[in-house]
Design a protein around this ligand. Structure first.
Ligand code: ZN
Length: 413
């Protein structure tokens, strides 16, 4: 067992063991503009470890948050699946917690306001917090009040002073990004009204393990939670998880509802997930060693497949250029020799190159390859439905995760 020589981001233990070393990689969302094509971008270690004391899985290297999140190319509203997911979630939370017109909902890492927008028709007051000025502009145009800053204890004090306490605080797809993890939790505690609830949606480590989704590991994601490790984190701040469930977004996310300790009865869902995690041995280091071995097996299989396509003279493009795609390409050493370009519908990415691999990102066009490597595999059903004509014409999808497979005419409906 190799010690990482770090202190655990949650419990402060020095007992963090390395299980997956993905090598040095550039920041996955730092796309390369044409003007910088001849300069090498900074590379940082991407290593994943397991805390033997509180079971938290984490990476050791922190790229300063200001450099990662002050200008952000990811926009929630571009993904149809995500918009629908946010709508359903907002309606469910309003109903469950009987939220009334005029009450305050605060979203941490609010992005372009896609989620908060769903609360406005119900008369709720909303406030988004996001450090990326470029996406906050979109939120404001969207009619969603949003402040440009990082959420932490200071921001929470400011919100309470100006807007009062919140009945609901949410953090979707952001709670594993937090450099100031403990300050954020203290801030949430201050911000919550007496009977307020904090709802977190985060990539679920259990889902990553089961789906071999190692490509969810990137520098923005500092920590990877199971219910057990996130319960331990909140317990250290006098908070507790009273509901826990899995939601089918981003390839399987954990949704937990948190309140001050003793405020709400612990739901059956928490016991059920604890039992499930124990049965699957997510608190045991051996589980992570096996996971790493499977990642390297996937690398060998995928490289063999792509080299075969190349030898047969077949073109392969990446379908989308998501952050997780950068991890997969860079971890496996896949460049433009094997995947010629990435097609993307997000105009903020087109014209750039993917970091590290330097695969050019182009607009979705008429020129179709023999096969697409599907990097955003979590949206596969949406892509299959959209590409029926492509499959009918003989096109193929190479899907690396959760299991390497090639989809072609068999995907026709
Ligand atoms: Zn720990």
């Amino acid at each position: 067992m190799t010690s990482m020589g770090i202190t655990c981001r949650s419990c402060g233990s020095h007992n963090v063991s390395l299980f997956l070393d993905l090598g040095d990689q550039p920041h996955c969302n730092r796309l390369i503009p044409p003007a910088l094509a001849d300069q090498r971008e900074p590379f940082y270690p991407l290593r994943v470890g397991f805390c033997q004391d509180c079971t938290l899985v984490q990476i050791d290297h922190t790229i300063p948050k200001e450099s990662m999140f002050s200008d952000y190319p990811y926009v929630s509203g571009t993904t149809k699946t995500l918009v629908q997911h946010f709508k359903e979630t907002a309606e469910r939370l309003i109903k469950t917690y009987d939220l009334k017109s005029g009450e305050l909902v605060v979203d941490i890492g609010a992005n372009d306001g896609t989620w908060l927008k769903q609360y406005q028709p119900f008369g709720l007051r909303v406030l988004g917090i996001d450090p990326a000025a470029n996406v906050v502009d979109l939120a404001l145009k969207n009619g969603v009040p949003t402040w440009v800053r990082f959420f932490n204890e200071t921001t929470a004090d400011e919100i309470v002073a100006k807007e009062g306490k919140a009945s609901l605080v949410t953090a979707a797809g952001v709670f594993f990004h937090l450099e100031e993890l403990h300050s954020v939790i203290k801030g949430v505690k201050k911000l919550l009204a007496d009977d307020g609830v904090f709802v977190v949606q985060a990539i679920y480590l259990g889902g990553m393990i089961e789906n071999l989704a190692f490509d969810q590991v990137y520098h923005e994601h500092l920590v990877y939670y199971t219910l057990k490790s996130i319960e331990a984190l909140f317990a250290g701040h006098g908070l507790e998880v009273f509901e826990a469930s899995l939601v089918p977004i981003h390839g399987g996310s954990l949704e937990i509802h948190v309140a001050p300790k003793g405020k709400r009865p612990i739901g059956k869902s928490v016991d059920a997930m604890r039992a499930d995690e124990a049965a699957k041995k997510f608190a045991e280091f051996e589980t992570y060693e096996k996971f790493a071995a499977n990642v390297w097996k996937l690398r060998d299989d995928l490289l063999a497949l792509l080299r075969r396509y190349k030898a047969e003279g077949k073109s392969v493009y990446a379908y989308g250029a998501p952050a997780k795609g950068a991890t997969l390409l860079n971890s496996f050493g896949i460049g433009p020799d094997l995947v010629q370009q990435a097609t993307e519908k997000n105009p903020m990415k087109v014209g750039y190159m993917m970091p590290g691999s330097r695969i050019p990102i182009v607009e979705e066009g008429n020129k179709r390859p023999d096969a697409y490597l599907v990097l955003a595999w979590n949206f596969l059903p949406e892509f299959i439905a959209k590409e029926q004509a492509y499959f009918a014409a003989g096109g193929e999808f190479i899907v690396p995760v959760p299991k390497l497979q090639v989809i072609g005419k068999d995907a026709l409906k």
